[in-house]
Design a protein around this ligand. Structure first.
Ligand code: ZN
Length: 101
């Protein structure tokens, strides 16, 4: 199991999972329930996350999500930080390690 995507937007997380499923990568959503606690928990601890079941799929999944049509074009594209985290387009800084885009 490896995490390949995290977002505060639950629809985005499900879209990411579906995108992976469409290319045959088995994935699951974690922290779905915790999302409702946002505001009471530290930001990064309660984001819904997408995990791939097979670690061997993780790199391909991360690349796909970074390059793929994850969001509508008017919202920009997700990007991947050097630490491996996938960031949504509106973020200019990695939420995990703080590196600028
Ligand atoms: Zn980072």
């Amino acid at each position: 199991m490896k995490r390949v995507y995290a977002s505060l937007s639950l629809p985005d997380v499900h879209h990411a999972k579906n995108l992976l499923a469409s290319v045959g990568i088995r994935a699951m959503v974690k922290n779905e329930m915790l999302a409702s606690a946002i505001g009471q928990l530290p930001f990064a601890d309660c984001q819904p996350e997408v995990w791939v079941e097979d670690d061997a799929d993780a790199e391909r999944a991360a690349r796909l999500l970074a390059e793929g049509p994850l969001r509508p074009a008017d919202k920009g594209k997700a990007w991947q930080c050097g630490c491996g985290e996938i960031q949504e387009a509106q973020f200019t800084q990695c939420w995990r390690c703080g590196t600028d885009r």
